[in-house]
Design a protein around this ligand. Structure first.
Ligand code: NAG
Ligand code: NAG
Ligand code: NAG
Ligand code: NAG
Ligand code: NAG
Ligand code: NAG
Ligand code: NAG
Length: 623
């Protein structure tokens, strides 16, 4: 009844819809490894030349199957380029997308032929390649997922698992309707649907939507043909009649999908499809029907129940009745948890025979939260500043997929922001060089940093004092110089501080020195000249700014005084010299005067009058 109401609503909506055509969906296709744009037959599809990759090597590839796009090149990622490599595609409008990646094989004969690796999209692992994938002409040669891209970019990463080098032939990012494949309450930004398979029942050939001239908003799905479910007497039915209600928003299923079907016969009334699945996952199952059997002309002639893994999921399905007419499409969907390794869909008729046109199976994957963007940027700055070796990877997201975190970065889930944060950095003895960037303070959840045993030079950034959660800071055995920033004194949680084996000098901040009393383990030995705490030499007098100003002005006054004295001395000396010169010139007179003084001195003993005259003359010569 509900389905009928929805359908009626759609018909109503379509009838009212003005003759406006929707703009074309966003579509980006990349031919990996290609130096130039490529146009592929038969639709002249544009594949962009390779861009947005983080590493890897372009080379010629072989197409493992005829359904892979007709592209000659691929990009592969040797382990020496790091364990994870990505394509980071920017300027992707916010929306709902079908993201598809075709795998390739490097054409050189001495190559390990079939690499096995993991694939993640936006930090969520969506697929692990299974051995034997390259021998299948079906969904196993690509991975496809429906995902909401909300931050203007798409990050697709390939994670080495030690079984060959990931090799990628093509990437497609195709926008679909925002409501496409709405499988129920869980649908939205928190979930990703990975396409497990799409079966076009009764069809002879594999087809993409584009082969069916399907609407571009459908996302160019791949439909694998299936002519029997492996039972004794499945029967294929085909029609050339046009199908009502196909190619409708939001899923735009191609009409041709409903023009073929599989039906059961008297020999075996049940129609049953069984497939292998990974246990303990949720699967979203979409079943497509249209009453195209010419023998069934009205409602009530074909009625069946649908069981999924033995549970009746849809009861009394009457295609003609539920779709409203014969040759009319309708879709049922159901999401179930599968505990075992198989998924079985059974159509059990209660009237007539069972019939089905198409099956879609998706794995429902809970999308991972990413790492706080500020912290990702800070790690990238650190990666560049310290010249982190390629083998570290450090592409994509640091913490997710959780199966492949960055080595050297410890992650923790922060419940308040619902994001991952970095709480530890362990990059000791990695041959790092360069300067420690100020940006490190953006890693404000760090509890421990170990950069011991590298060749990092320059100052210890004072911004580290802002990482207040820091408990362990080991910068020992590097080439840090300058003084220990005062700000480190603000790190009140610091338990271990190893700065030994550097070229640091100057006074250890008093706030750190004081902490030594509280069972903290600090090591400042083997430096260029640290001072000021027990165990290190004492520093020169510690001077405040006021004292420094005092000393400076004091010195100025002293200098002025010395200068004045010097001036006085010099002037006096000049006078003496002048006096001597005068004396030398008037030598006879001087002699006479000396004589005279002597006379006066001798006269002193005799009378006061003469003595006074003589001494009054004397000083006048010297002044
Ligand atoms: C790829 O193939 C082309 C010719 O098809 C050849 O010219 C080129 O050298 C090959 N490149 C590599 C890396 O093998
Ligand atoms: C799929 O099923 C869910 C719940 O059973 C329903 O809410 C939703 O409308 C269905 N989607 C479509 C497109 O029929
Ligand atoms: C499957 O879905 C249920 C609820 O819909 C959820 O609780 C469970 O965690 C899901 N399982 C997996 C493996 O995603
Ligand atoms: C579908 O079946 C119901 C009850 O069996 C009936 O009332 C209704 O008219 C049928 N609808 C169509 C389109 O045949
Ligand atoms: C840092 O790493 C070095 C060398 O690997 C190790 O000896 C030291 O104990 C580590 N420091 C801390 C604080 O764990
Ligand atoms: C630290 O070392 C660098 C060279 O690595 C030098 O340019 C700089 O002047 C030094 N700084 C101090 C404070 O000694
Ligand atoms: C401090 O480091 C030096 C080497 O630089 C080492 O010999 C010493 O044992 C360390 N002291 C402590 C208390 O760990």
């Amino acid at each position: 009844m509900m389905v009928r109401l929805i359908l009626l609503f759609f018909i109503f909506f379509l009838a009212l819809r003005p003759s406006y055509t929707r703009p074309a969906p966003y579509a980006l296709r990349i031919s990996c490894g290609a130096r130039n744009d490529v146009h592929s037959p038969p639709t002249n599809t544009l594949w962009n030349k390779d861009f947005a990759y983080t590493g890897g090597i372009p080379t010629n590839g072989t197409r493992p199957s005829f359904i892979t796009p007709p592209l000659q090149t691929l990009r592969y990622f040797p382990l020496s380029d790091g364990p994870e490599n990505c394509y980071n595609i920017n300027r992707v409008p916010k929306g709902h997308y079908s993201v598809r990646i075709f795998f390739g094989l490097v054409s050189e004969p001495n190559f390990d032929n079939e690499p096995l690796f993991d694939v993640s999209v936006e930090g969520t692992q969506i697929y692990s390649l299974q051995s034997g994938w390259s021998n299948h002409d079906d969904e196993q040669i690509f991975v496809e997922a429906l995902i909401f891209l909300t931050d203007g970019s798409a990050s697709l990463c390939f994670h080495s698992t030690g079984h060959g080098d990931p090799a990628i032939l093509s990437i497609e990012i195709l926008q679909v309707d925002d409501r496409a494949y709405n499988f129920g309450p869980q649908f939205g930004q928190g979930t990703i649907l990975r396409t497990d398979r799409r079966l076009s029942c009764g069809a002879e050939k594999p087809r993409f939507d584009v082969d069916y001239s399907g609407d571009h908003w459908g996302g160019d799905r791949f439909w694998n043909p299936i002519t029997t479910f492996g039972q004794r007497s499945d029967r294929t039915i085909t029609t050339k009649s046009s199908i009502k209600q196909s190619s409708n928003s939001p899923n735009f299923y191609p009409e041709a999908l409903y023009q073929t079907a599989l039906a059961s016969t008297n020999n075996q009334p049940d129609l049953e499809y069984t497939m292998d699945v990974d246990p303990n996952r949720n699967y979203s199952i979409w079943l497509h029907f249209a009453e195209i059997d010419p023998l069934v002309t009205s409602t009530g002639q074909r009625v069946f129940d649908i069981l999924i893994n033995g549970d009746v999921t849809f009861q009394d399905v009457d295609i003609a009745n539920m779709s409203g007419d014969i040759n009319t499409a309708f879709v049922l969907n159901k999401t179930i948890a599968v505990n075992g390794r198989t998924l079985t869909i059974t159509m059990h008729p209660t009237k007539g025979h069972a019939l089905i046109n198409a099956v879609e199976i998706f794995e429902v994957i809970v999308a991972e939260s990413k790492t706080l963007p500020d912290e990702v940027r800070a790690l990238q700055t650190l990666k560049n500043a310290l010249g982190l070796p390629l083998r570290f990877g450090w592409n994509g997201d640091p913490c997710v997929p959780q199966q492949h975190p960055w080595s050297g970065a410890d992650c923790q889930f922060d419940r308040t922001s619902s994001k991952w944060v970095i709480d530890g950095l362990g990059l000791d003895n990695q041959g790092l060089r360069g300067l420690l960037p100020n940006d490190m303070s953006k890693l404000r959840h760090l509890q421990s940093i170990n950069l011991s045993g590298n060749s990092i030079r320059g100052p210890i950034p004072s911004s580290l004092g802002a990482v207040t959660s820091l408990e362990k800071l080991d910068l020992s055995y590097n080439f840090f110089n300058g003084s220990i920033p005062e700000s480190l004194g603000q790190l009140t949680s610091l338990q271990i501080l190893n700065l030994n084996g550097n070229s640091l000098s100057g006074r250890v901040p008093a706030a750190l020195g004081g902490r030594l009393l509280h069972r903290a383990s600090f090591n400042f030995t083997d430096n260029a000249g640290l001072c000021g705490i027990p165990g290190l030499p004492t520093c020169g007098p510690h001077l405040s700014l006021g004292a420094k100003i005092g000393i400076a002005s004091g010195s100025c006054v002293a200098l002025l005084l010395i200068f004045t004295c010097l001036m006085c001395w010099w002037k006096r000396r000049q006078n003496i010299l002048r006096a001597q010169r005068i004396a030398a010139r008037d030598a006879p007179y001087a002699k006479a005067r000396t004589q005279f003084s002597r006379d006066v001195q001798m006269a002193r003993h005799h009378g006061h009058e003469n003595a006074r005259t003589a001494t009054e003359n004397g000083p006048s010569l010297l002044s």
